[in-house]
Design a protein around this ligand. Structure first.
Ligand SMILES: [Zn+2]
Length: 436
């Protein structure tokens, strides 16, 4: 066993050998894979978490250990080299691969081993034998999880999407026509690909279908969220211009143009308008003023939230269109942050409103909605912001700055998101019946 001394240097925990040499390269390495890289007489080795030298300091170079998947098998592995040869070892110093000249650049991308050569990337096995010679200039290495065997690759300056089949043949999923592309996750379940053609981006599925057309600018926000579950799972994709409803196979079920309609939810609700419990927002507001939150039934709470979502978004979308202040998604404020009337998530152009606005006048509601929309143009409370808001309100800067008080925790305990999703599900089922 090697004797090492643990000490604190510049506030960081470090390890020293008996000659006083600091033997740990980077303290962060300590937490990864329980192997700490040490250097002794210019050579690299590894100690375990107890300071035992488990891999002798015999390597000219050693990378840090990492958890990697290679050809379907998980390893704790790193790359080491002696003289001009390099290879992969596991955490017990056992070689995983044969040796390769260190002048070759290698990459582990999506569980496969690639070597970069002049002609292009070569897919190799653990003996570095060629499995597939390609002319790829580049392969996008998305270090987060990538879909199995799918690669985003660059060829003659354009990106395409390929699948490496079981026989190590390449199958082109999307042709080489993208200026850029990246993986895009649909609410944690499915992978889509965001590709840009002639400066416009859109979404594609892994079968190569164009799910969302390439009509969006680079800075446009595209957000996806789980929408409801109706035998299949359904998702909503929000952009500033459109809202899409997708099924679990990424098939577009409905497309709403926000210049003509408010949202898919609004569209479905609107078909029932004759039977509305609250015909106008004012009917809803008067009802809310007189209720006792302690004794109100759950059905009534559901109704209030459903109608609030409908009427508030109607106002929001009307102003958004009128002043060309395009938002992506409307939500109620997260319960924990109910210390404000509204919120504009400038980075994704989402507008969030406090349910407690239902206890305010319609005038105050409109004021908050315009305030949040104005933030899409001016994110902070600057002079320009208030001047602009004053114009939208048809008043002046002083009036735009005026605040109002009132209860801010109305229906705070209710999971509005679940209620709206449940309602979406019911409305969708009704619409389906109507179609068939
Ligand atoms: Zn503000």
């Amino acid at each position: 066993m090697e004797v090492l001394i643990q000490g604190i240097l510049d506030g960081k925990n470090e390890l020293f050998d008996l000659q006083g040499n600091n033997v740990v390269d980077t303290p962060a390495e300590r937490s990864i894979c329980r192997r700490i890289r040490v250097r002794k007489n210019g050579k690299y080795g590894f100690i375990d978490m107890n300071g035992n030298l488990v891999i002798p300091a015999e390597y000219d170079w050693a990378d840090t250990f990492d958890r990697i998947k290679l050809y379907g098998k998980w390893y704790i592995a790193t790359t080491v080299s002696i003289q001009q040869r390099k290879w992969l070892i596991d955490s017990n110093n056992q070689p995983i691969s044969s040796t390769l000249d260190i002048n070759n650049q290698h990459f582990i991308i999506n569980d496969k081993l690639w070597v970069k050569q002049d002609k292009g990337y070569t897919l190799v096995n653990l003996k570095w034998e060629t499995l597939l010679q390609t002319d790829y200039q580049d392969i996008v290495n998305d270090h987060s999880q990538q879909p199995q065997n799918i690669y985003l690759v660059k060829k003659q300056d354009y990106f395409g999407v390929i699948r490496i089949c079981d026989n190590n043949r390449e199958q082109v999923i999307l042709p080489f026509k993208f200026e850029s592309c990246k993986f895009w996750k649909l609410h944690g379940t499915r992978f889509l690909i965001q590709g840009t053609i002639k400066g416009k981006k859109g979404l594609f599925d892994l079968d190569g279908n164009n799910v969302i057309p390439c009509t969006y600018n680079k800075s446009d926000v595209i957000i996806a969220e789980y929408s409801f579950d109706c035998e299949k799972q359904y998702y909503t994709i929000y952009t500033i211009e459109e809202e899409y409803l997708l099924d679990e196979n990424c098939l577009v079920i409905a497309r709403i143009n926000k210049r003509n309609d408010v949202s898919y939810f609004h569209f479905l609700m609107n078909q029932q308008r004759k039977q509305f419990r609250f015909k106008t927002i004012n009917e809803l507001l008067s009802y809310c003023k007189n209720i006792d939150e302690k004794t109100i039934s759950y059905t009534d709470k559901e109704d209030i939230i459903t109608y609030a979502y409908f009427f508030l978004e109607e106002i929001l979308q009307k102003y958004a269109a009128q002043y060309d202040l395009r938002y992506t998604r409307f939500r109620f404020l997260n319960n924990r942050w109910q210390t404000r009337w509204g919120e504009c998530e400038y980075w994704n152009r989402s507008i969030n409103l406090n349910l407690s606005l239902l206890l305010q006048s319609e005038r105050n509601i409109r004021k908050v909605i315009l305030h949040e929309l104005a933030h899409l143009k001016y994110p902070r409370h600057t002079k320009n912001f208030y001047e602009f808001l004053g114009k939208l309100l048809g008043t002046n800067t002083q009036e735009a700055k005026k605040k109002f008080g009132g209860k801010m925790t109305f229906l705070k305990e209710e999971n509005w998101f679940a209620i709206i999703n449940q309602k979406k599900k019911e409305l969708f089922a009704l619409a389906e019946q109507g179609i068939s």
